[in-house]
Design a protein around this ligand. Structure first.
Ligand code: FCB
Length: 442
């Protein structure tokens, strides 16, 4: 039996735009994911979040499901335009009430709420003002964060400012694959910098408003391995680690500058005089949130702008085409401790998409069980090595709107029939429920 420390926070995760639906209910404003997904060509099959999992209406049932699974924590995000329809100024009480009720229901069922302030649905009104490219965005975010800290901070003790700021900046502003769909390398690095400034603003406000809570930041991470032992391939993997993973943001927060290889290769795209903001950005964190899905083999490539390219491996992949490499999670947790030594770490997302089918009213998903088991084992290993991992969250509670992939990729441990909104707990859901109950792996 691989036992976990007592009080280990076993959870499930979701995000607002991916599950809620009802984008205009109770006076909510539009988000950039509404406008982006309604623009032809951006999302597979023309899908959008108009209905999603209808969680805005079915949240009671979803809390019941969590209760049934016995999970100890629920990581969800708040939709900014529900709370502040114009992004700043007027507060929409009804939007805020939705999250208030959800938090109360969770607590009543002994489920710890773990709130993400920003999981990608910026108010469209703020996009019209330049969105994250505008330096003012740090103040906008601070104002929004304050409204939530004041309303929910008495009951919510775990807060994350941003989910995957790299994805926000790069996938949204360089690749143009996520909202707002921009493709500009200078805008991208202005966004990176403004997200850090916004994060720091919120942390400062948090210290004055929620005295007994914890606040952190959640990163996307890939396990990058060099294709050979050649120095240039090793450097390629090192660059990608510094650029794609937690160091892009933790190096400024802990050490006051962007990572060395990022500055060397991409420094020209950052705002002029960005150094002036670094003192402000260095706000201590209470925890680091690590999302992890896949590993990648990388090599030096003189023809690529960043001098790096990916080498595909013949190893098992998920429906996303992501290469399954559980030890990668262990290595990342280990390097996180070596590089920044945070006081607490949470694996805030881990999970997989597979082709799920309903057969005789059940969904049997052995591949997902295998995936989760292999990764949870690596978390256990990391804890044995003294890495302070305090919780683990499966992505996701429900099958949901998978961004540019629409409804074609199912990540849930609970199946959602998008025609009827019927939920079916998958085999992986029952399996995870046992892990939580046993507080460990058999
Ligand atoms: C992460 C996102 C999450 C979900 C998973 C599959 O990058 O945070 O919303 O889309 O990937």
């Amino acid at each position: 039996m691989k036992k976990f420390p007592e009080g280990f926070l076993w959870g499930v995760a979701t995000s607002s735009y991916q599950i809620e639906g009802s984008p205009f209910a109770d006076g909510a404003g539009m988000s950039i994911w509404h406008t982006f997904s309604h623009t032809p060509g951006n999302v597979k099959n023309g899908d959008n979040g108009n209905v999603a999992c209808d969680h805005y209406n079915r949240w009671r049932e979803d809390v019941e499901i969590m209760k049934k699974l016995g999970v100890r924590a629920y990581r969800f995000s708040v939709s900014w335009p529900r709370v502040l329809p114009e992004g700043t100024g007027r507060v929409n009480q009804k939007g805020l009430d939705f999250y208030d009720r959800l938090v109360d229901a969770l607590l009543k069922n002994e489920i710890v709420p773990f709130v993400t302030l920003y999981h990608w649905d910026l108010p469209f009104e703020l996009q019209l003002k330049g969105g994250w490219a505008n330096r003012e965005s740090a103040w906008w975010f601070g104002e929004y964060a304050k409204v939530l800290f004041e309303r929910l901070g008495d009951r919510v003790k775990y807060w994350a400012t941003f989910n995957e700021p790299w994805v926000v900046a790069v996938v949204g502003h360089l690749f143009g694959v996520h909202a707002p769909g921009t493709r500009d390398i200078y805008v991208t690095f202005h966004v990176v910098h403004n997200l850090l400034r916004a994060h720091a603003k919120a942390v400062k406000i948090f210290r004055d408003t929620v005295k007994d809570g914890k606040i952190g930041l959640v990163f996307n991470n890939g396990a990058f391995s060099p294709a050979s032992e050649k120095a240039e391939d090793v450097l390629a993997a090192k660059f990608l680690h510094q650029f794609n993973n937690y160091p892009l943001f933790l190096e400024p927060i802990y050490k006051g500058n962007y990572p060395e290889l990022v500055l060397e290769r991409l420094g020209e795209f950052f705002p002029r005089d960005y150094e002036k903001d670094m003192d402000e950005i260095r706000q201590p964190l209470d925890f680091v949130g690590m999302n992890y899905y896949a590993g990648h083999l990388v090599k030096y490539d003189p023809d690529s702008p960043t001098k790096v390219s990916f080498v595909s491996r013949n190893i098992p992949k998920t429906e996303m085409g992501w290469e399954i490499e559980p030890e990668g999670l262990y290595r990342l947790l280990k390097s996180l401790k070596e590089e920044y030594n945070p006081s607490e770490v949470y694996v805030t997302e881990n999970g997989a998409a597979f082709k799920d089918e309903v057969v005789d009213g059940r969904v049997h998903d052995p591949e997902r069980i295998e995936y989760l088991k292999a990764h949870i084992e690596q978390v256990w290993r990391a804890i044995q090595d003294g890495i302070p991992v305090k919780g683990y969250f499966v992505w996701s509670l429900l099958d949901n709107f998978e961004w540019a992939e629409g409804y074609t990729k199912r990540f849930g441990i609970v199946y959602v029939d998008f025609k009827t909104q019927k939920r079916i707990i998958k085999s992986s859901g029952y399996w995870y429920s046992e892990v939580v109950k046993e507080n460990g792996l058999k």
